[in-house]
Design a protein around this ligand. Structure first.
Ligand code: GL7
Length: 824
């Protein structure tokens, strides 16, 4: 569908989308919102003026969207609960959705301003760690585009994901004070505030009607304040809501202490309360059992459920029908305490009987699991849980008591089953298992790629899946083709639209496949190559300005950007770079396809080996990039602070996408999809969504290597010996030896010892076992790249056949199979 544009016929200066109307509105906002005349305005002022101008044009749809949710009780609203929403820069995406990018560009040009520079100026809200948070943002985009009423509920962290600087090759974390400048896309909602209790004790009390009720006397109460961000769908007609909670003290001052003259202690409570939403935990995988984190989770869950109950109540519907008003999706277990909180609100606060409340609860929730790493499954130590949420622990026990009764009744032959299924891990110390709570309390549980969902059922949540076979299902992830193609890759988008029109932007799966027939068309191939070259030049420019590294746009751009983690195996990639370097040095006359190997990604601050990997990449880059023997043939770059904004430059420029995690470890991956729809060909293992991507693009258009999940398990069962892989592989032995002896650490032989020792003696992620197969596959990729027509055909077919990886398809599946919500 061509983006609908409100026409110049509209006399309202706040909705007029003509070039002239936008020009006037920007000037008006420049003066009245920033207090600057045109002559004195800095880039940030222009940004603010443009942002307000765009926001004004979203408000009508926004208000209508809220009214629709609050007034139409017949349509089930989706509530997407997520501790992270990595929404990325907003200005460009919102202009694209409204279809006003070009008139705005012209309006600004007439004022002597460059739209792209203003767009690039926008700081990004880093309210997420990586794939999980970005998925939530893609899903919000698709929900709005498909016209499904939805609210995303999350946390308004004052400090988002840390900014990564690289100093002398090593990662340094800097605080991300993203709210330093006002964020024009949010509206604080004074009317939406809820009290959230923490800690304290419970006791029984007789209610006025004579029944016994549990009373919870908290140690602390904080206020959760709503901040709303609009999420406008493509075409601008439908707008949903992202509601993020900020913690505030109930009273800013304790007046009794204040009056007693203790000024400093009187503000103590304010500081404690506001700490709750102060900072995002920067760990992507292994959970950290920190009290503040549980407080964050509970705060946003409780406020969100109170908000939903308030909306439900205002519709005049009985409480027993709550699940007909809302379908709540738990994005991983971070919000899983919602199961106990909804029970508490229904039973303790609203006096509903337990069985009815449980029936409402289990028809309301669904849970998405995002990991196969056992160490990443959240479990809270009982004493900590009891201290923060004493009433919820009682509720968890009662849910568990009833659940285990049903388990024992159904399976008397397996007396150990109750222990394995229990919501409480009884090993010492004892824990609450959040994935079990989420599963028992939900009507559906899904993994995020076909392989992941199978492995969940087989291994990670095997006993639960055998007990509740009807609950377990799969919804393969997707990414929005608006941000991740139309917005980030205007050159390729134009090339595509010239052939098949623009309908692919919101009917991706249906339309993009039409590119297939042009895969061998020489004209189309030439345009395709030109678009890729433009994008590679854009990245070359970025690398030059921020890294002072010269890349050659004619080289094969070979890219791995994602969180740094051993299971993702960035070190396998580095070993390969070292092996190529050695080949070139040994044999300068060899046939060699020039490569630019580009890395990016953050390591969790306490993850030592991940930080060693970053250092190694940078030290290898230092050696390779300064060695004249390989000049013009091999380059290595580490792009610091990889985030949504830099991703928008990096994905479109890639020729080869590195998706090389050990099979059975990456739940899905979504970077693989972003690269793919931008025309990169994947080199990868049979892991996560790679499996389905390969099936879609065809095995001849995918560079496959490595052990399969079953082979990995067999190797590990048989007793894996990493050192055995050195014997037949002198290239690998040499590379490890060089790292160990200080060739890449300025002669310091101790520098990378922990990393090398780990690989030689443990190698949990089978880097050495997959090395030979990876090298062979890289050679195949290089040979193919040397034939531009063959490569371009592969690139076009990758884009054409990846239609199913649009998040619109994922959301349709959630609507139909999980939420029971109508969708086109
Ligand atoms: C993740 C998975 O690791 C990743 O494979 C998946 O694509 C993503 C979205 O489903 O979720 N799980 C997780 O905890 N993080 C992820 O990126 C941080």
């Amino acid at each position: 569908m061509a983006a609908k544009r409100r026409t110049a016929a509209s006399p309202d200066p706040r909705t007029d989308c003509s070039r002239e109307g936008l020009r006037k509105a920007v000037l008006d906002n420049l003066f009245y919102a920033t207090g600057h005349a045109q002559e004195n305005a800095a880039r940030g002022d222009w940004y603010t003026a443009v942002a307000y101008t765009v926001r004004d044009r979203m408000l009508k749809a926004w208000v209508q969207g809220i009214e629709r949710i609050a007034a139409d009780g017949d349509v089930r609203c989706v509530a997407y609960l997520s501790a992270e929403f990595l929404i990325g820069p907003q200005l460009g995406a919102n202009m694209l959705a409204l279809g006003i990018t070009e008139p705005m560009r012209e309006a600004l040009a007439s004022l002597g301003q460059d739209l792209d520079a203003i767009v690039f100026h926008e700081p990004e809200p880093g309210l997420g760690n990586g794939g999980l948070g970005r998925l939530a943002a893609c899903f919000m985009d698709s929900l709005a585009t498909l016209g499904v009423p939805a609210i995303g509920y999350g946390i308004r962290y004052e400090f988002g994901m840390f900014r990564q600087a690289i100093e002398d090759g090593a990662q340094v974390e800097l605080a991300d004070k993203w709210l330093r400048r006002p964020f024009p896309w949010e509206l604080p909602r004074g009317g939406q505030q809820y009290e959230v209790r923490l800690g304290g004790k419970t006791h029984m009390e007789t209610a006025p009607d004579g029944t016994l009720r549990v009373q919870w006397t908290p140690a602390k109460t904080v206020t959760a304040c709503a901040h709303d961000i609009p999420v406008v769908g493509h075409g601008g007609t439908h707008c949903n809501l992202l509601r993020l909670w900020r913690a505030e003290a109930v009273e800013a001052f304790d007046f009794s202490t204040f009056n007693a003259g203790e000024y400093f202690s009187s503000v103590h409570d304010k500081i404690f309360s506001e700490t709750i939403t102060k900072v995002l935990y920067p760990n992507d995988d292994p959970y950290q059992g920190k009290q503040l984190r549980l407080g964050q989770q509970y705060l946003f869950v409780s406020a969100s459920l109170q908000d939903m109950l308030h909306i439900h109540h205002s519709l005049g519907k009985p409480l027993e029908t709550f699940h007909t008003t809302f379908a709540i999706q738990l994005n991983d277990t971070h919000p899983a305490v919602a199961v106990a909180e909804l029970m508490r609100l229904l039973v303790d606060v609203h006096g509903m009987d337990w069985d009815t409340a449980w029936s409402v609860t289990t028809q309301t929730f669904a849970y998405t699991n995002h990991t196969l790493l056992p160490e990443a499954l959240e479990k809270w130590p009982l004493p900590l849980f009891a201290e923060v949420l004493p009433r919820h622990l009682e509720i968890v026990y009662e849910i568990n008591r009833r659940f285990l009764e049903s388990v024992t009744a159904a399976h008397p032959e397996d007396p150990d089953l109750a222990r394995r299924l229990s919501l409480i891990d009884e090993t010492s110390p004892r824990f609450v298992r959040m994935a079990h709570l989420a599963t028992v309390g939900s009507k559906a549980v899904n993994g995020v790629a076909a392989l992941h969902s199978e492995l969940l059922k087989r291994d990670v949540l095997g006993d639960l899946a055998a007990f509740f076979p009807e609950k377990f299902t799969n919804v393969t992830n997707g990414v929005t083709p608006r941000r991740w193609l139309a917005l980030c890759n205007p050159a390729l988008a134009a090339c595509i639209s010239n052939r098949i029109g623009t309908r692919w932007q919101d009917h991706f799966e249906e339309e993009i496949i039409r590119l297939e027939e042009f895969a061998d068309d020489p004209d189309f191939q030439a345009q395709w190559q030109a678009a890729k070259l433009t994008n590679k030049q854009r990245l070359t420019h970025l690398a030059k300005t921020i890294l002072r590294v010269e890349l050659d746009p004619a080289a094969l751009f070979d890219v791995q950007v994602k969180r740094i983690h051993e299971y993702k195996r960035q070190h396998l990639n580095v070993l390969r770079v070292i092996a190529l370097y050695n080949r070139l040095r040994r044999n300068p006359g060899m046939d060699f396809v020039p490569r630019a190997v580009i890395f990016g990604g953050k390591a969790a601050p306490a993850y030592y080996l991940a930080k060693q990997i970053i250092l190694l990449v940078n030290r290898v880059a230092e050696v390779v990039n300064t060695d004249p023997a390989v000049a013009g043939r091999l380059r290595v770059a580490f792009v610091p602070n990889f985030n949504v904004r830099s991703g928008q430059v990096i994905y479109p420029a890639a020729d080869l996408s590195q998706q090389i995690s050990l099979a059975g470890k990456e739940a899905s991956g979504t970077g693989n999809m972003k690269f793919g729809i931008n025309g990169a060909v994947t080199i990868g293992t049979l892991d996560g969504a790679n499996v389905e991507m390969r099936a879609c693009v065809g095995e001849e258009n995918f560079f496959l290597f490595g052990l399969t999940t079953d082979e990995v398990q067999a190797v590990q069962r048989a007793g894996y010996s990493p050192a055995a892989h050195l014997e037949g592989n002198p290239e690998l032995a040499e590379a490890l030896d060089q790292i160990r002896s200080g060739v890449f650490s300025r002669g310091d032989a101790g520098c990378f010892r922990p990393l090398v020792d780990n690989l030689l003696h443990r190698d949990e992620y089978l880097v050495l076992a997959d090395f030979a197969s990876y090298m062979d596959c890289q050679d195949r990729a290089a040979r193919t790249y040397a034939d531009p027509a063959a490569w371009t055909r592969m690139s076009i077919l990758n884009v054409a056949r990846l239609g199913m990886f649009s998040s619109d398809r994922s959301i349709r599946e959630y609507c139909r199979n999980i939420w029971n919500v109508p969708v086109e």
